[in-house]
Design a protein around this ligand. Sequence first.
Ligand code: NAP
Length: 284
Amino acid sequence: MAIINGKEISAKTREQIAADTQKLLEETGVRPGLAVIIVGDDPASHVYVKNKKKGCEQVGFHSEEYALPEQTSQEELLQLLDRLNADPKIHGILVQLPLPRHLDEKAVIERILPSKDVDAFHAANVGKIMIGNYDFLPCTPAGVMELIHSTGISVSGKECVVIGRSNIVGKPMAMLLLHENGTVTICHSRTKNLAEVTRRADILVSAVGKAKFVTADMVKPGAVVIDVGMNRDENGKLCGDVDFLAVEPVASYITPVPGGVGPMTITMLLKNTLTSAQKAAKGE
Ligand code: NAP
């Protein structure tokens, strides 16, 4: 019945990133640099980009923002990526998704140098995650792992259930739990008897995108419940996938929305950018 405070854990992690950034700068003269590209004027995407920029300032990174018009061509975007790939001041490149429909998202992601792909979406980085030999972890699942670690509960041998199988959240999430020796089940829209499966979970991660999707009867008493969902309720208020008021008394630990997984995602992006800069400083 404890609430995992993502804001607090995120703030502590950012303090450490800021200290490590200062150390890297003093010892090698390298300041981590992140370039964020946004195409079009989706308001939610602009909020995310603003928060990423703020995060960079907080930890002492160099940051560059490229706000491109909706009608930007594939070629223009790829040219910008080539330029940033070659820029030694930039250690991380992030293209805010989704892109306008006329742009080929897959080709754009694949154009980012894997060593600067701090979102870990490039196929080369996804492959590295599969074999457990990675430089970057995808930000949201990595943030979830930090939150689970904060409870002091070991994943090893636990029944872990992930609801959702997207490339961004569900699949890499399952892989990270597996790396820590969880017994992992992935559920999706074709899963039969979902509640029966989720009730087995000692650790339940929901990444579906539907408000009040996870109800109390789907949760094993004492489970750790991590809510990745970011939805709007009937009043337009930000909420997760989990029916928080009903599930909170059943769970041992639970993340709120807002203030749970959300703050960790950008923190993990900053951590990946720092890692990339540290590697660049070593000439790797
Ligand atoms: P997505 O690509 O839409 O994937 C949703 C997944 O949920 C799919 O795998 C889908 O199954 C599954 N699903 C849908 N209905 C279901 C049902 N009735 N029963 C079981 N599974 C069902 O979404 P996403 O990108 O992974 O994001 C998921 C949520 O996390 C969204 O709310 C998003 O906003 C949020 N999110 C938050 C953060 C953060 O920083 N906190 C970051 C990323 C995403 P199928 O594959 O069978 O369709």
